[in-house]
Design a protein around this ligand. Structure first.
Ligand SMILES: [Zn+2]
Length: 267
């Protein structure tokens, strides 16, 4: 039976974790003085809306970082049915249309774009595009606490770049360089990913977030794969959608399972 576990991370910032047979996945609730928003909609767990409503009574919206079912699942469906505004990059919208079919309520959805800003009163959340894992992958920056919510855009120790909707690594490296510049400029210390249970090397040090060291290792690994200096071990993932993909995996110190499609390195 899936459960929701709530952890307060900062003033007005909560992690809501789904612990289920489907996926361990995180959503993040940010509550401002005037409004609140939840980043991502979990997978199969019921009761996300009810859980959020126990924490805040503010006007509420949802931001979905990308179109995968473990982030745009049951919780998002609850928000959709209840009539809340939901923001997702329209580059990924087709995935939701495929997933929900006739139940999909297009009128609830708004296009999430690079540079948009969510004004929650005393808190601003800034949207940054980070295409790679999917074409429409987005991350959110909360300047007030200098924290970033990255969902799957840079993985959570494990990273999936081998999907049919993933971008070539030569395109992804450009996203990563922009991220590196932004992290340095803003002096961001904490990056909260979408599957925090996976960040084992950090957890062993009692840290539940990623940091600059992770991003730099990701850049080094990506460059090495692109330049042919590093070839991952060939692996198979027993899921239907992975059939026929030439999946390889490389391992670093922080990035422990970086999967990519050997036929989709160069754009
Ligand atoms: Zn994903």
């Amino acid at each position: 039976m899936e459960q929701l576990k709530v952890t307060k991370l900062h003033d007005n910032v909560y992690r809501i974790q789904e612990d289920s047979s489907f996926m361990n996945v995180d959503a993040y609730l940010v509550c401002g003085e005037k409004a609140a928003t939840i980043i991502d909609g979990l997978g199969i767990a019921e009761g996300l809306l009810e859980c959020v409503r126990k924490i805040t009574a503010q006007p509420l919206s949802m931001i979905v970082t990308h179109g995968h079912p473990d982030h745009a699942g049951k919780g998002m469906q609850e928000f959709m049915e209840a009539g809340y505004d939901i923001y997702i990059s329209f580059e990924d919208l087709y995935m939701l249309e495929e997933m929900y079919g006739k139940e999909f309520k297009m009128e609830r959805f708004h296009d999430l774009k690079n540079g948009m800003c969510f004004d929650l009163g005393d808190i601003l959340l800034e949207v940054k595009a980070l295409p790679g894992h999917t074409r429409g992958s987005m991350i959110l920056y909360m300047e007030k606490e200098k924290i970033l919510f990255s969902s799957d855009a840079i993985g959570s120790g494990g990273l999936w770049m081998q999907l049919k909707e993933s971008r070539p690594l030569t395109e992804y490296i450009e996203s990563l360089h922009k991220l590196e510049t932004f992290l340095e400029k803003e002096k961001i210390q904490k990056i909260y990913p979408g599957h925090s249970w996976q960040i084992v090397p950090y957890k062993e040090e009692n840290q539940d977030y990623l940091d600059m060291e992770y991003v730099q290792e990701l850049i080094d690994l990506t460059n090495a794969i692109i330049e042919g200096k590093l070839v991952g071990e060939k692996i198979e993932i027993q899921i239907d959608i992975m059939k026929g993909i030439d999946i390889h995996s490389v391992k670093g110190k922080r990035v422990v399972d970086y999967c990519y499609d050997a036929e989709c390195i160069h754009g």
